[in-house]
Design a protein around this ligand. Structure first.
Ligand code: NAP
Length: 512
């Protein structure tokens, strides 16, 4: 890749992405996310020249620590987790001067007054004009109290004026429709929607953004992107690991809350939405909300026809033994919590009428993969005869979101020789080989967008509620059901019932 300096057009694009100096306060800064993702992402932005050198980052948590200790800990974290390694000592030195730590309690008004005074001090010393981003990176039970205290301390307000005051809220945003609505009410008591940045880190993934580029920057695909040509759509979000000792969390969440309501529904919305009138935040989010509102509710009493839940038992994944879900630490014996879910969804709008969207997500699958696949209708006539077409399969456009990011197009080709035989072949685009560089981490993009005031890749309040509205009915049906969860062997693609969901319609899951 040419450096930005060598390519004036690119250099211009970088300049456009330079945010104004601000202070970022991270609540829950003693936690895992700060260490693994947030600080390494901010450091990477500094390496790429996308942070003002006067920026400040203030870690806030109950754990006792100091500026010096926090800097040392974060240096180690960046050495381990930042995208650009080894660490650039010169960049680190400047970056570390802007790192601070503030001990405080999330529900203690005096802690916020101290924070306010500290921020004023830092502003003065570093020449920041009061711009602030507050990042809520604590467990979600702390979100309401933190937001209320930020409001009470006058650290945020609803006027949306300059200097900017923005709040990033980590996932999960609620655990059902009622809790999501309540959290939205809590948030909007002290902030206007334009200052709220609800994170779904999938939206920060390069390939999810490329899904929009593929659709709307090319003339080729969009004419085919509808019920006339698409037979069905498959969206897969598979993990090859089990729940990794996180029984306490997973027993509450399950894969439907952990993956589907947020990440896969975002992928679904971007796959299915109409072209927005512009890429401005609300234009884009309006279109996603329309898709979520058009999801056909599953008819009462017929959930089993549309949704399959499963739980892994012992098995082998890529040569590694995986214990059963029931034996995982923190799991209640006899738990029906789903580690697999598959569902059939219809979108009742003009573009997608009658086209099933099949979604599945699971732990303990044979491999880690997230992809969207559009499976196209067959050509109207088998012109080459039944025998020639025996090996043929439908055209598929598959967008791999992770890993091995890229796009593949499967179509039929003539097998070389003097007979007429058709076999499927693939045309491949791979990020790695085409651009020779790794895609950035989702958190880099999202933190930068927030500093720039671009909400396009953050979920809006009505969007979160629309997805919970649809998903919560499944939880209610499961809670009321006496039916069992299907069992599947770890290291397989899920229970037979999940396969039958598609087989009943004459389809098969892809084996990505
Ligand atoms: N880790 C990830 O990869 C990841 C991915 C996606 C989303 N998230 C979300 O991001 C947020 C932060 O994740 P994390 O992994 O950093 O969480 P974490 O380590 O469990 O918590 C972060 C910090 O929150 C503080 N905290 C406040 N109240 C707490 C409570 N009741 N129990 C435990 N800690 C409490 C703790 O700091 P003090 O006690 O020092 O105040 C803790 O160090 C969560 O909302 C999580 O759902 C995380």
């Amino acid at each position: 890749m040419p450096s930005p300096e060598a390519n004036p057009l690119r250099a211009g694009l970088v300049d456009e992405r330079l945010p104004e100096p601000c202070s970022i306060v991270i609540f829950g800064a003693s936690g895992d996310l700060t260490k693994r993702k947030l600080i390494p992402a901010l450091y990477t932005l500094a390496v790429e020249g996308l942070l003002a050198p006067s920026m400040a980052i203030v870690g806030f948590a109950r754990k006792d620590s100091s500026d010096e200790a926090f800097r040392a800990e974060m240096k180690e974290a960046c050495q381990k987790f930042a995208r650009h390694r080894p660490l650039d000592e010169a960049v680190w030195e400047t970056f570390a001067k802007g790192l601070f730590y503030q001990v405080g309690d999330y529900d203690d008004a005096a802690s916020y007054q101290k924070l306010k005074a500290r921020l004023a001090e830092i502003d003065l010393a570093r020449g920041i004009n009061g711009n602030r981003v507050f990042y809520l990176s604590t467990p979600p039970s702390n979100f309401p109290v933190t937001i209320a205290q930020l409001g009470a301390a006058g650290l945020v307000s609803r006027d949306g004026q300059k200097p900017f005051r923005r709040v990033i809220i980590e996932k999960p945003f609620g655990t059902d429709l009622a809790t999501a609505r309540q959290l939205n009410r809590d948030v909007l008591k002290v902030l206007d929607e334009a200052s709220v940045y609800r994170i779904d880190h999938y939206l920060g993934k390069e390939t999810v953004q490329n899904l929009m580029v593929l659709r709307f920057a090319n003339g080729l695909f969009e004419p085919l992107w509808n019920s006339r040509y698409v037979d069905h759509v498959q969206i897969t979000g598979a993990e090859s690991l089990g729940i990794e000792g996180r029984g306490g969390y997973f027993e509450q969440a399950g894969i439907l809350r952990d993956m589907v309501q947020n990440h896969l529904f975002q992928v679904l919305a971007i796959t299915a939405m109409e072209p927005p009138v512009s890429m401005a935040s609300d234009d884009l989010r309006d279109e996603k909300v329309k898709v979520l509102k058009a999801l056909r509710p599953i008819p009462e009493g017929r959930f089993d026809e549309f949704v399959v839940r499963g739980q892994y038992r012992e098995g082998t994944i890529a040569g590694r033994r995986q214990i059963s879900y029931q034996d995982e630490p923190g799991v209640t014996k006899g738990s029906k919590r789903e580690s697999y879910v598959a569902m059939k969804i219809f979108i009742d709008n003009w573009r997608w009428a009658g086209v099933p969207f099949y979604l599945r997500s699971a732990k303990a699958m044979p491999k880690k993969v997230t992809e969207v696949a559009l499976v196209f209708r067959e050509a109207p006539l088998r012109l080459f005869g039944e025998r020639a077409s025996q090996g043929q399969s439908p055209n598929v456009l598959a967008i791999r979101i992770q890993p091995d990011e890229g796009v593949s197009l499967r179509f039929g080709a003539k097998v070389p020789g003097n007979t007429m035989e058709i076999q499927p072949v693939n045309m491949e685009f791979r990020y790695g080989t085409s651009f020779g560089s790794e895609p950035p981490e989702a958190y880099e993009r999202l933190l930068l967008d927030c500093m720039l005031g671009d909400q396009a890749l953050f979920t809006r309040g009505d969007e979160v509620e629309a997805s919970w509205k649809w998903v919560s009915r499944i939880h209610q049906a499961w809670d009321a059901s006496t039916g069992d969860v299907e069992s599947y062997e770890a290291g397989t693609w899920g229970p037979a019932e999940g396969d039958r969901l598609l087989l009943r319609d004459g389809h098969r899951w892809r084996r990505p």
